[in-house]
Design a protein around this ligand. Structure first.
Ligand SMILES: [Zn+2]
Length: 276
């Protein structure tokens, strides 16, 4: 792959700002059978009603349709649990083993497949939250709780039982809890979504590899700008042009690779092994 070896070699010679960071999105989990957030053939089609994600994935929609939003999320959680990490997840785990100090993953995915694929929990920054935890929908405290056990459902339109509703009650104030994920009408912050930590990582990154994300949300674009501002490379790995491609067009220290994540990561891993 064009220039990849030279870029990695150059990074090895840097004494600072030489982190290697992978920014990942839904495309990476597609091979595990998880539909991308915006796909129209996927789980967003519910009955005869079609919701745009920007409408459905909001706190405002949740506050008026708690059961429907929980049905969707409990069904989706079950789907994540059944999914298996794919080759790209496994390659990222192998890459972390070679460069544990320099390595980070910043992910938009909430499916937890990076950790299940073998990456260390403290190396994975989940900027859109996760499906392991819930929190009070009224934000009565800063507490974050593990998901209650045994509450996934088999069908997306399955009514929630009283037992499930009981388990979804905030232990402090009794309000219903919500998934600990970022909705479209909410803002990134450090406490839940690690915005400052990830901006710091991007600043100290020598190579930022953007993979399986189209850059449809703001933080990924900011991370790309941050890495470029401080002299790092940005590699855009995607089968098609996307918002990241547009952003980096004409800039120095950027390369687009029109290939699959498996092919790219396998090559990246081989080059690292060879150079070490
Ligand atoms: Zn509460």
């Amino acid at each position: 792959m064009e220039k990849l070896k030279e870029i990695i070699q150059e990074n090895f010679h840097k004494e600072k700002r030489n982190n290697i960071t992978f920014l990942t999105g839904a495309g990476l989990s597609a091979a595990s059978g998880i539909p991308t957030y915006r796909s129209t053939d996927g789980i967003w089609v519910k009955g005869t009603k079609y919701h745009k994600p920007e409408e459905f994935g909001t706190f405002s929609y949740f506050s008026k349709n708690q059961e429907e939003v929980w049905q969707f999320n409990l069904f989706r959680k079950g789907m994540f649990q059944k999914a298996q990490p794919n080759d790209s997840h496994k390659l990222l785990a192998k890459i972390e083993k070679l460069i544990p100090e320099e390595f980070s993953i910043i992910t938009q995915n909430i499916d937890g497949l990076h950790q299940r694929g073998g990456n260390s929990g403290n190396k994975v920054f989940e900027i859109h939250g996760n499906m392991r935890t819930v929190r009070c929908s009224l934000e009565c405290s800063k507490a974050v709780y593990l998901y209650p056990k045994d509450i996934t459902i088999d069908r997306i339109d399955q009514d929630l039982t009283d037992d499930i509703w009981d388990k979804l009650e905030c232990p402090k104030c009794g309000a219903v809890m919500r998934p600990n994920i970022l909705w479209f009408d909410e803002y990134y912050n450090e406490r839940l979504y690690k915005v400052d930590s990830t901006m710091r990582i991007a600043k100290n990154t020598g190579i930022l590899i953007v993979i399986g994300t189209s850059g449809a949300t703001t933080l990924p674009l900011e991370l790309v700008k941050q890495t470029l501002k401080y002299g790092g490379y940005v590699l855009d790995v995607n089968l098609e042009d996307n918002n990241i491609t547009k952003l980096i067009e004409g800039k120095k220290r950027v390369v687009s690779y029109r290939t699959t994540s498996d092919a790219f990561l396998s090559e990246f891993h081989n080059i690292l092994k060879e150079l070490m």
